[in-house]
Design a protein around this ligand. Structure first.
Ligand code: NAP
Ligand code: G4F
Length: 346
């Protein structure tokens, strides 16, 4: 049997870590691109890593950055992947208002650099673009593959550009290039400044007496929250079809931020109103009010369906935080150490 090789950009992120686990389980050789930082950023994948001298090693990491097209082309030539999963991006919507140019460069142009590197190297590999429900923005719910885009942030606009570049390379050059339009998906590995993780961490820490309040912005926005560990299976299935196509991946159910907060605090026996404070710094200049994904195409064509909904997600995320406070960090978890205050920014 031929062993497939995958290249993952953004392997150190939430989705990259779950996808690497999935592909290794499926017998792939996995290569990941990691950007250089002054500290290690591999906490989410350390449990998967083996010394490259180990003959059993199937996960290999390479330094690289989305803003460096020459390096990306060189890595493609070296790795010769069968499948490329492009997950790397500046992925924080609020931050994209502060750093719109940098977001456009990595989240938007980064996709073009990768596609162009694949085209010019002539590799027959398949390409997955991590598109986002943020592209729908102000379009009323439910949103599906035919819903017109109306992005409400520099991040959303950069993702729309990357979406269309992906489609253009498919149409212009016959590349197997697909867009997975994923609605919000969360987990204990979620970045600490996204609202679900921020709230789950706060609920656990407040219960443990380590902090008293958490500051949040708009509680009225509604999101279709699913479980990241399930969503990476849909990414893989998109690259196993006969023809390339674009798919919405979602649960089909929305909850308000307020409801998610209530669920997290109720799970530890607390009344959220005693512990949540409003801070306008967490508001966005323009907000996405309501996202509900219609994933019927993914269900009928990929055989994929979400099983974990927001209330279960809230419980499992809070439980993971409580577990960290009791027992320390679990493999793959990117948990906050007990002595350090929870992140206040964003
Ligand atoms: P994440 O946790 O923020 O991970 C982002 C990854 O991109 C990290 O590995 C990060 O590296 C890397 N990265 C950022 N800038 C880079 C650069 N200039 N060069 C190389 N690598 C860079 O995001 P995620 O939640 O896993 O999401 C994965 C992808 O799906 C993203 O493209 C995101 O926009 C998209 N998406 C996410 C959701 C969601 O709800 N999670 C929904 C729809 C779409 P560091 O570790 O060094 O920061
Ligand atoms: O958790 P969030 O920051 O996620 P957001 O903006 O929906 O973006 C995430 O999902 C997108 C898919 O739709 C991805 F493409 C993107 O990469 C990212 O993964 O905010 C969710 C909601 C927003 O309405 C925000 O205004 O929560 C609201 N919120 C209220 N207080 C807050 C806070 N968000 C954050 N991050 N921090 C707060 O204190």
């Amino acid at each position: 049997m031929t062993v497939k090789t995958a290249l993952i950009t953004g392997i150190t992120g939430q989705d990259g870590s779950y996808l690497a686990e999935l592909l290794l389980r499926k017998g792939y050789v996995v290569h990941g691109i990691v950007r250089r930082a002054s500290t290690f950023t591999t906490q989410r994948i350390d449990h998967l890593y083996r010394d490259p001298h180990d003959p059993e090693a199937r996960l290999f990491l390479h330094y690289g950055d989305l803003t460096d097209g020459t390096r990306i082309a060189g890595l493609l030539k070296q790795v010769q992947p069968d499948e490329v999963y492009h997950l790397a991006a500046q992925s924080h919507v609020r931050v994209s208002f502060d750093e719109p140019e940098c977001t456009g460069d990595s989240t938007g142009l980064g996709t073009t650099r990768l596609l162009e590197a694949i085209r010019t190297t002539g590799l027959p590999c398949r390409f997955y673009q991590a598109s986002s429900s943020e592209m729908f923005g102000a379009a009323p719910p439910p949103q599906n593959e035919g819903t017109p885009f109306h992005p409400r942030s520099p991040y959303g606009a950069a993702k729309v550009y990357a979406y269309w570049v992906t489609r253009n390379y498919r149409e212009a050059y016959g590349m197997y290039a697909v867009n997975g339009i994923l609605f919000n998906h969360e987990s204990p590995r979620r970045g600490p400044t996204f609202v679900t993780r921020k709230v789950a961490t706060a609920a656990a820490r407040i219960k443990a007496g380590l902090q008293e309040v958490v500051h949040l912005g708009n509680l009225d926005a509604r999101r279709d929250w699913g479980y990241a560990a399930e969503y990476v299976e849909a990414m893989w299935r998109m690259l196993q079809q006969n023809e390339p196509d674009d798919y919405v991946v979602a649960t089909g159910v929305s909850h308000s931020v307020h409801e998610f907060v209530e669920q997290c605090f109720a799970h530890v026996g607390l009344d959220w109103r005693d512990h949540v404070r409003f801070d306008e710094r967490y508001l966005r200049p323009t907000e996405v009010d309501h996202l509900i994904g219609d994933a019927s195409k993914a269900e009928s064509q990929l055989g994929w369906r979400a099983t974990v909904r927001a209330p279960e997600l809230a419980r499992l995320m809070v439980d993971a935080e409580l577990n960290v406070l009791r027992n320390g960090r679990a493999p793959g978890d990117q948990a906050a150490p007990t002595a350090v205050p929870a992140p206040a920014a964003r």
